[in-house]
Design a protein around this ligand. Structure first.
Ligand SMILES: Cc1ncc(COP(=O)(O)O)c(C=O)c1O
Length: 399
């Protein structure tokens, strides 16, 4: 009998386990909670019926959540806010940026921070990334930092931390050299529980800002955020600002509700377990796929082991955009698996492109044309996991 070609061998249709339908590439982690969260929320609802408290802006739940989160991150202060984007807006207001200020940031992110920044007329200086971590490349920061640099905004993009010590040190040294005060503010939207040199992300730079949106590693009923900082005067300023400015300052309502905080406390208790589950699933996926040609799989860094907010696969060797798109299309059409594909923000959003143009960032461009991220969710059962892994292998072998 004639030997089967690779294509025939691997083209066999896999049986899709339930749920039938499409599985989206961004992990909808807010779908992971149990009776503990539900009980906590019900308790707050019942207690808030007291006429003399109601839902009250200052609550034990908010305090407890902030204290627990600060402790978890090994940082002095945690300030609960309505979401990550608003949190960044608050920090920007506290910095009083001017036209001559320059802000260094990557072009690989969700658009939230660019929207906040575009309200100011400071100059945005885009910086390239490291292909292995998907985070801003510290060597590129060194090239772009100058006497006008006021702020650096790295993003912990996909489950590996930025090298915070290195970046903070670059800012410190440049500040000494230029006689300025360059601040670093980390976008930690996707980084709750992410490992950095034996502890958790949260104590870097001036502050770090987390998101508790439904897709994130920890959620507070689908929306929410937290700012962590060791800077006591910033913490005081932000606490006032989120509550219409306290007595003397400008402010707005950037608050989180106590119902959200009660949910968040329970989520924080399970965060490490959830992240461990993600790592297990990711490691099994890596074992399953690691003999395949033409792809590069995610690797850890010495300073940070991945907790896989995303599981990025990069096409390699002679493959590029054409092959990457073919893989993404086949996974969707043949198997119902929709992959997340990281986006160069200036290309993805016309509004940003119109105002800021498209900077030359060869690594960012390469990553956005070669990477695809199939879903990785702690709730995947073994059947679903195998289905996804075999589908990826089948598709890659059939290209
Ligand atoms: C990296 C990153 N930054 C910022 C945001 C914005 O977060 P939020 O929706 O909490 O404002 C997101 C959320 O999608 C994100 O992924």
């Amino acid at each position: 009998m004639a030997k089967k070609t690779i294509k025939q061998k691997y083209k066999k249709k896999l049986r899709r386990p339930e749920p039938i339908g499409n599985w989206y590439g961004e992990p909808n982690l807010g779908s992971y909670y149990d009776d503990n969260e539900i009980k906590a929320v019900v308790k707050v609802l019942k207690n808030s019926r007291k006429w003399h408290t109601g839902f009250g802006p200052n609550s034990e739940e908010i305090n407890n959540f902030e204290n627990a989160f600060a402790k978890y991150c090994g940082v002095k202060h945690a300030i609960a806010v309505s979401n990550n984007g608003n949190g960044f807006d608050m920090v920007l207001r506290s910095l009083s940026l001017s036209k001559k200020d320059e802000i260094i940031l990557p072009a690989l992110n969700y658009k939230a921070w660019y929207m906040a920044l575009m309200r100011y007329d400071s100059k945005l200086v885009f910086c390239d990334i490291n292909l292995k971590t998907m985070n801003i490349d510290p060597r590129e920061i060194e090239k772009k930092i100058n006497k006008n640099t006021r702020l650096i905004c790295p993003v912990h993009f996909g489950g590996i931390s930025c090298d915070e010590k290195l970046i903070d040190n670059i800012a410190r040294e440049a500040s000494k050299k230029f006689g300025t005060k360059i601040k670093v503010v980390y976008d930690a939207a996707r980084a709750a529980g992410v490992n950095y040199r034996g502890s958790k992300v949260g104590s870097g730079g001036l502050c770090e800002i987390f998101s508790f949106h439904s897709a994130k590693l920890l959620t507070t009923l689908g929306e929410g955020g937290m700012i962590t900082t060791n800077n006591s005067s910033l913490s005081k300023k932000l606490r006032d600002m989120r509550n219409y400015g306290g007595e003397n300052d400008w402010g707005m309502n950037y608050r989180m509700s106590k119902v959200q905080a009660s949910f968040g406390i329970e989520q924080l208790n399970r965060l490490d377990d959830l992240n461990k589950l993600r790592v297990k699933i990711a490691n099994r996926r890596t074992n399953y796929l690691n003999k395949l040609k033409n792809i590069l799989l995610p690797v850890d860094q010495k300073y940070s082991t991945n907790i896989f907010y995303l599981y990025p696969i990069m096409v390699s060797d002679n493959w590029g955009l054409k092959e990457r798109n073919k893989i993404v299309k086949s996974l969707e059409k043949e198997y119902g698996i929709i992959c997340a594909t990281p986006k160069f923000i200036n290309i993805r959003w016309k509004y940003i492109q119109k105002s800021l143009g498209i900077p030359e960032l060869p690594k960012t461009e390469e990553l956005c044309s070669k990477v695809f991220c199939p879903i990785l969710h702690p709730k995947l059962n073994k059947k679903q996991e195998l289905y996804i892994n075999s589908a990826i292998a089948n598709v890659i072998k059939s290209i």
